[in-house]
Design a protein around this ligand. Structure first.
Ligand code: B3K
Ligand code: ZN
Length: 869
């Protein structure tokens, strides 16, 4: 009857936070009947609705073929409602309205991976956050409409697994070789948390008994051959359940928890109530097939989605502007969980490295937005580093300020006030304030304005008075859309050290939150302030922003010697690493000499390698070319940065070469008891191999090839493969062929084969052409696209030459096929305006030409913002 056409981009489709209005109708219950056939799927829905405020009854729907609609049992004709590409509106609906619709949808040809879609020949899954449910049926598809879902799923018996959220209440035959199940979810939830799965999958089962005595059935579904790779995820799930009970007092609330793995997924995973759907990359973990980093990521994403059960599902967002309410808090929770799994310092280092490499550049460029944006065109474009990672930092700051106990009182208050509700960032901060007894309302400013604050600090020692004075100043770069930027509260964690002995001093200052202690925090909430420390017998070395206590850009004129001192004596591992990073950045961007860093490494490493090999490995992190580029706002030359960085790597290899070889030969990951330690040893050995190869050690390639062949561990195998391939070793081709033969049936491992070649520093347009024309390259699988594009983007010199065509071509293709992924990948070019001419003008012209060709809201909005500099 009616086919809603593809949405057309109109002049202004901007949605504003200030325009929020309550929905006029709520949904008490929904009964869904989903019948999947090869060529189409029938969806029948019955919504029991009640008026809440005056206004039309609005049902959102996209790409739905409407077969029939009934209101309170009476069929409606086309004149009874208005229907366009986005919604069906019934004016003057009665206060009690039972709506029954029948629609036809086409998951078998849904390439956007949103709504219900076919993911390979044996599987159908859903992805409904943020606005996918409207592609399944007509519904008030917004997070502030919570309802009880009962779902019947029917399909051919070639799909033995039929899942939906909640409890299985019925299953049976449906005739003609078909069967069905009926599921009821007792918890009221918004439609973005609805999920169903139809497929041929095997299952790994386990159980967990909650602190309340609830016996929960745990199930992870994957293709048969991947079931052994689900064990680490299962352990992580049980661990997460226990962790949330211990740290937040939150037990699980249903009788089952299911996870389904699919290789076709736009992002990492999705927290649908009781039925998570995961990208295989975030659930399959096995040392033979996946790297240590991937194993850590699996554990953290499992925890993240599980933690959403309370922060996101039981308490959800009132509207999508509040996305960071659930994401920022849940990321903070999963980061804290991961700090318990490995070296806590390294977890913090890795989290901050992501923040600095992605969020800081985002916040200083044309895609900058507040953690809680106040307008958008396409909400899918706002699943950003700012919403997630900066959002997490805001929560971390409040938790640092409150300390464990008060923060817990605050979160307890939040859960008891708002369980079952759809709320705002203001509600969260108010509950934390009420529970802890500490006014946190000033932190709302962090949520509402964009930009990374600059924190300038100066220190002055007065020998006669034995005082040390620290002067602080904060500022934000002017932003055209936010003229009214305010000072934000910045918790500054700090320490003073005796410059001679390296010992940490007791802090004496009435200004500190924690006074007369070794570990102090100062809450800096003005535009400028001075703090004085008394009883300081000699000029100290100060360490600022310990553990990265606030997401700010710190400027303090440390001498290189002081940074080297902190590398050796700081007891906070994060600041130890940060000191090394600052030193390296100065060497690379300001031409400082490398000698001090090298000496500090020689002094620090022998002991640290024994104590925390993972942290030791991170001290070798030389800031990436991409990160260095992001520190330059104009006249950026990727080639000049590459040259400098290579020169530094040569120097390091020369100066540390002997030490590296010795360490490589002495270390054995199999002698380590803890996973974190073994992972550190593997990381160190791979770095050492790289150094030896760069130094031209004749034995390096042999040792790498030996490691490649002898190991059964993916981190070791891939580490060796990288050294061989990136240095064009004689064994490189043989190793690549071997890797392909070994792993051609293992999609995640094969992604690494693509990535390693795309990330070759000397990759060319021909390399990318070869990879994207390879029979295993697959434009319907985001993981594979990301493997090549991400690899290519590891070398900015390549990104900004032949890479431009690659990313523009992809954006053009994905604009129609999968705009969520297309928009995301295009952001690789978002810092085009910082390039030196003529590159700047060339890329700009390409982007402007692209703008005339794209149609999706996703890609158009991103392009418009990118070009608006
Ligand atoms: N909430 C989902 C993200 C959905 C993204 C939609 N484009 C995963 C997560 O953050 O847990
Ligand atoms: Zn999340």
């Amino acid at each position: 009857m009616n086919i809603a056409a593809n949405p057309v981009v109109e002049a202004d489709q901007t949605v504003y936070l200030k325009d929020y209005q309550k929905p006029s109708f709520l949904v008490d219950s929904i009964n869904l009947d989903i019948q999947v056939f090869d060529e189409q799927t029938y969806v029948n829905a019955k919504l029991v609705m009640q008026r809440q405020t005056a206004g039309d009854l609005v049902l959102l729907g996209r790409d739905l073929e409407l077969k029939s609609i009934l209101l309170n049992g009476k069929a409606l004709s086309e004149s009874d409602y208005t229907l366009d590409a986005e919604q069906l509106v019934i004016a003057h609906a009665p206060d009690q309205a039972v709506i029954e619709t029948q629609v036809v949808i086409h998951p078998e040809s849904n390439t956007q991976l949103e709504g219900l879609y076919q993911a390979g020949s044996d599987l159908f899954v859903t992805q409904n956050e943020p606005e996918g449910f409207r592609k399944i049926t007509f519904y008030p598809d917004r997070p502030d409409v919570l309802s009880v879902f009962t779902t019947r799923v029917e399909a051919d018996k070639k799909f033995p697994v039929l899942l939906a959220n909640g409890n299985l209440i019925e299953a049976g035959e449906a005739g003609a070789g078909r069967h069905y199940t009926i599921w009821q979810d007792p918890t009221k939830k918004p439609s973005y948390l609805f999920a169903c799965v139809i497929g041929d999958l095997a299952v790994l089962k386990d159980r967990y008994v909650t602190s309340e005595g609830r016996d929960v059935a745990l199930e992870i579904y994957a293709v048969e051959k991947d079931i052994p790779k689900c064990r680490i995820a299962m352990e992580a799930l049980k661990h997460s359940m226990q962790w949330d009970e211990e740290h937040y007092g939150r037990p699980y609330d249903l009788d089952n928890y299911m996870i389904v793995a699919t290789s076709q997924f736009n992002m990492g995973a999705m927290e649908n109530k009781g039925l998570n759907i995961f990208n295989t990359s975030c659930v399959l973990a096995d040392e033979e097939f996946t790297t240590d980093a991937a194993i850590m990521r699996v554990q953290s994403v499992i925890a993240h989605e599980y933690f959403h059960n309370w922060t996101g599902n039981r308490i959800t967002c009132r509207d999508w502007f509040q996305l960071c309410l659930k994401e920022g808090l849940t990321v903070f929770r999963d980061q804290s969980f991961s700090e318990d799994l490995q070296s806590a310092a390294v977890q913090r280092i890795d989290d901050v490295a992501v923040l600095k490499a992605h969020q800081f550049p985002e916040d200083s460029g044309p895609l900058s937005h507040p953690p809680r944006p106040d307008h958008f065109v396409e909400i899918n474009n706002f699943y950003t580093a700012t919403v997630y990672e900066k959002g997490a930092e805001i929560n971390r700051m409040m938790s640092t300020l409150l300390g464990k106990e008060k923060f817990r009182k605050g979160t307890d208050e939040y859960f008891s006030r708002h369980d079952g509700q759809a709320v705002t960032v203001e509600d969260w901060v108010a509950a934390l304030t009420a529970g802890s007894g500490v006014d946190l309302s000033a932190f709302l400013t962090w949520y509402n304005q964009p930009g990374t604050p600059k924190l300038e600090a100066k220190g002055q020692y007065d020998a006669a008075a034995q005082t040390y004075r620290l002067s602080l100043k904060q500022s934000l770069k002017a932003h055209p859309k936010y003229p009214d930027l305010k000072a934000v509260p910045i918790p500054v964690a700090l320490a003073l050290f005796n410059a001679e002995s390296g010992e940490q001093l007791i802090l004496n200052s009435s200004a500190l939150v924690e006074n007369a202690v070794q570990d102090g925090v100062y809450l800096f909430d003005a535009e400028s302030a001075d703090i004085e420390f008394s009883g300081v017998a000699a000029k100290p070395v100060v360490s600022l922003l310990r553990n990265f206590s606030a997401p700010v850009d710190l400027e303090f004129n440390y001498s290189d010697e002081e940074l080297a001192f902190l590398m050796q004596h700081e007891t906070n591992g994060f600041n130890q690493w940060q000191a090394a990073q600052t030193l390296l950045e100065r060497i690379l961007l300001n031409d400082h000499a490398a000698g001090i860093y090298i000496q500090a490494m020689k002094n620090t490493l022998p002991e640290l390698i024994q104590k925390d090999p993972l942290l030791a490995s991170r001290l070798f992190d030389v800031p990436s070319e991409g990160y260095l580029g992001s520190r330059i706002d104009a006249g950026y030359s990727p080639a000049a940065i590459q040259e400098k960085r290579n020169a530094l790597l040569e120097t390091l290899a020369r100066e540390l070469g002997a030490f590296c070889k010795e360490t490589f030969l002495a270390l054995d990951p199999d002698l380590q008891k803890e996973f974190s330690q073994a992972m550190g040893v593997r990381a160190l050995k791979n770095i050492m191999l790289g150094m030896m190869a760069r130094q031209g050690d004749a034995q390096a390639f042999e040792l790498a090839y030996e490691q490649y062949q002898a190991t059964g561990n993916m981190s070791e195998r891939l580490g060796a493969l990288r050294v061989l391939v990136w240095n064009d070793a004689p064994q490189a081709q043989a190793a690549l062929e071997d890797f392909y033969a070994r792993f051609k049936e293992e999609a995640l491992s094969l992604d690494q084969w693509f990535m390693v070649q795309a990330a070759h520093p000397k990759a060319s347009a021909a390399t990318i052409q070869y990879l994207t024309a390879h029979p295993d390259y697959d434009l319907t699988t985001p993981n594979r696209i990301r493997a090549v594009s991400g690899g290519l983007n590891a070398n900015p010199v390549n990104t900004w030459s032949f890479g431009v065509q690659h990313f523009i071509g992809l954006a053009k293709y994905l604009d129609e096929k999968n705009p969520i992924v297309g928009s995301r990948l295009l952001q690789a070019l978002s810092r085009w305006y910082t390039l030196a001419e003529p590159q700047r003008g060339q890329v700009k012209a390409e982007l402007e030409a692209l703008k005339l060709q794209v149609k999706s809201k996703n890609v158009s909005e991103t392009l418009n913002s990118m070009l608006n500099v």
